[in-house]
Design a protein around this ligand. Structure first.
Ligand code: ADP
Length: 292
């Protein structure tokens, strides 16, 4: 039986409705997985595929989307099912027909993200580990934010960089930075529900211009970590930031913390892709150390 037939059967059994899809349509744009749309002309599903051993990554994505959806703030695709068929891991979610967004959509995105960040826990971390891109991301519950960021975010990526053979200078700079961490962060934020990988490529607009976010790396942490990432590669306009700040002002000292939070993603890119990201990470660490 073909993989599509098996996935269609699973969709039918979860939704309780017959589903006999036509030929799958491949979708471009993803960095990590193969993506297709499966449709029977009435219902359409967005399906991601990867190697069978990566099922856990899809299950974490599914739980992440469910947690974001439960916040009833910003729209996310609703997860449907996941599993292994014909030797491949799959993850099925609602397919959202995408449209365009103007400044009103951006404004809504800012307001809704602030609402999502109001969902809180009393510790940092999450119910399970997940991945950031294709790199493991540990979410061990931790009481102290500085400890969490030092150990499970920057510390982990720095160790990975050393294991990848990126040399002593990154290790030395990293050790200095971890030492000065409490001075650089000096901040006890509330543990907010975060998307975790909120770059411009993970935001789109539905057909009525409503914002949609997807492909999350969910955990509870400093909301500034999400905001920092929106600034890393661009794509979020002024209307977004104005609406966010109006809904929930940003604390003083964000500028330095922003660099520290984005260093995590730059190091992750260096660990995944190497090249120019390594120089960018080193430069940023030197600038941060010059601040203290
Ligand atoms: P990957 O996990 O491989 O990085 P993404 O989740 O980023 O893949 O999805 C790839 C592209 O597919 C996105 O840029 C977006 O345009 C589109 N997309 C993602 N999820 C959906 C969805 N549920 N419905 C419609 N399009 C989607």
């Amino acid at each position: 039986m073909s993989i599509w037939k098996r996935i269609a059967e699973q969709i039918s059994s979860v939704t309780g409705e017959a589903f006999n899809p036509q030929e799958p349509k491949h979708v471009g744009g993803g960095c990590i997985n193969t993506a297709v749309k499966l449709s029977d002309g009435q219902s359409t599903f967005f399906v991601k595929l990867n190697r069978a051993e990566l099922l856990d990554m899809f299950e974490a994505e599914s739980e992440g989307l469910a947690a974001l959806a439960a916040s009833q703030s910003i729209r996310v695709p609703i997860p449907v099912c996941s599993g292994v068929a014909e030797g491949q891991a799959y993850f099925v979610m609602e397919a959202i027909p995408m449209g365009h967004g103007g400044s009103k959509s951006m404004e809504l995105a800012g307001r809704q993200l602030a609402e999502m960040h109001r969902v809180r826990e009393n510790r940092y971390g999450w119910q399970r580990d997940n991945t950031i891109g294709s790199t493991p991301q540990a979410n061990t519950w931790t009481d102290d934010w500085v400890d969490f960021w030092r150990q499970h975010r920057l510390g982990f990526q720095l160790e990975l960089a050393v294991r990848n053979g990126y040399g002593r200078s990154i290790q030395t700079l990293g050790e200095h930075l971890l030492d000065r961490f409490p001075v650089l962060i000096d901040h006890a934020p509330q543990p907010s529900l975060l998307h975790g990988d909120l770059w411009g490529g993970n935001l789109a607009y539905d057909e009525s211009g409503g914002p949609v976010i997807y492909d999350p790396a969910v955990y509870y942490g400093d909301r500034e970590a999400d905001l920092a990432m929106t600034e890393l590669f661009g794509g979020f306009g002024q209307a977004f930031y104005a609406a966010y700040r109006e809904a929930w002002p940003i604390d003083p000292g964000y500028g330095v913390r922003k660099s520290l939070y984005n260093l995590y993603h730059i190091l992750n890119h260096a660990n995944m892709f190497g090249g120019g990201y390594l120089g960018q990470a080193t430069g940023l660490m030197e600038r941060l150390l010059a601040e203290v």
